[in-house]
Write a protein that binds this ligand. Sequence first.
Ligand code: SIN
Ligand code: FE2
Length: 202
Amino acid sequence: MIQPSLRMNGIDVFQALLPPREQEALLADLRFVIRQAPLFRPVTARGTPMSVRMTSAGRVGWVSDRTGYRYQTMHPDGMAWPAIPDRVLDLWRALVSETRKPDCCLINFYGEGARMGLHQDRDEADFSWPVLSVSLGDDGLFRVGGTSRGGKTASVWLTSGDVIRMGGDARLAFHGVDRIRFGSSRLLPRGGRINLTLRVVV
Ligand code: SIN
Ligand code: FE2
């Protein structure tokens, strides 16, 4: 079993897990997914556009619009979500489970100035499965707290190739991304940060 290089509020951080070549290969897989299921900018139920653009791969994808947020089997443009790339599934097998596959691979894209407020991942049916999260491209300042809002938080800069596993008591930890260092990585030629979140949903 691969050991995390850091534990923060119960979250396992695997720093520099993916070497540059692996990051490039993963990026090529993601470009293939995004060509079939383009990134879109979700709006909250109140109609506020999110700063992050997103799409998904897998049986279900996460969407948010004026009617609220949920998992659904179709992209907002009507097509089915593409399959989760094998390379992504390999990571899941190595760090989470060899038997159960994730149902969703959410792809978040952070352009200049994008961020994600503190939240819990709790739209899934079974919290006994960890959430696995992969960072690619520009550095992101990741913040994690406890399972109730307003508690103490800790922060770490996630860099390209870092992987996080949120399981056990930390499965429902509040977390978010305060800011990115736009242009800090050369993985994406035009800058930005990609985060993949793998989850068992159903
Ligand atoms: C998320 O919680 O959905 C994204 C986390 C991240 O971008 O690292
Ligand atoms: Fe999240």
